[in-house]
Design a protein around this ligand. Structure first.
Ligand code: SAM
Length: 189
């Protein structure tokens, strides 16, 4: 396997789990690339729930899904990922978080540590044993650095009997490259 950027590495970790998935989550739909990846790699009858707080992001996501004929596999939700339990009451096979702001959008409308931690802490109990969550964080700017630190601290405190948590990033790139966290549910308690 070749080394790639954090977003591509997230997809590589997720890919093998998607073939038998029923329900997967894109917690930050943005421009729809991750949603498209999920929708294109799950079985015919499986569903992606894709969250974003910006209608602009969900419209972009709908547009790209329609272009590839995959819109029927995705439910778009205009709400914070912190409210995930309002929409899901069955086991989740995989979830992606791609933190930060909408590329090409308003940089002030970004993920924030409180809602991010709330969303992660609500998503992990929904995860099926063997399921994974990927989180790409961006420590290359002030707000992103703080969010990355908060996420790291939260994940480092998870029970090692219940979760395997890994962290991946390029170490020879300038300007604090993105960090990928991978969380696998390995036990129920
Ligand atoms: N996954 C996207 C893609 O493939 O294009 C990129 C996501 S972008 C880096 C981050 C997105 O998170 C933005 O569109 C932003 O509106 C969204 N966001 C920020 N806070 C959120 C929240 N509390 N709940 C859901 N989405 C949120």
């Amino acid at each position: 396997m070749e080394i790639a950027n954090a977003v591509v590495m997230a997809q590589r970790f997720l890919s093998p789990r998607l073939a038998a998935a029923s329900l997967v989550v894109d917690a930050t739909a943005g421009n729809g690339k991750d949603t498209l990846f999920l929708a294109g790699n799950i079985p015919h009858a499986a569903v992606v729930l894709a969250f974003d707080i910006q209608q602009q992001a969900l419209s972009k996501t709908h547009e790209i899904l329609t272009k590839y004929g995959l819109e029927h596999k995705v439910r778009l939700i205009l709400d914070s990922h912190a409210h995930i339990t309002k929409y899901i009451n069955q086991p989740v096979d995989a979830a992606m978080f791609n933190l930060g702001y909408l590329p090409g959008g308003d940089h002030a409308v970004s993920t924030y540590p409180d809602a991010t931690i709330e969303a992660i802490s609500h998503t992990l109990p929904l995860l099926r044993t063997g399921g994974i969550v990927t989180i790409v964080a961006y420590p290359g700017y002030d707000h992103g650095r703080l969010e990355c630190q908060v996420v790291h601290k939260y994940l480092a405190g998870l029970s090692q009997n219940q979760f395997a948590v890994a962290c991946w990033s390029m170490v020879n790139q300038k300007n604090s490259p993105p960090v990928l966290y991978i969380i696998e549910k390995i036990g129920s308690e």
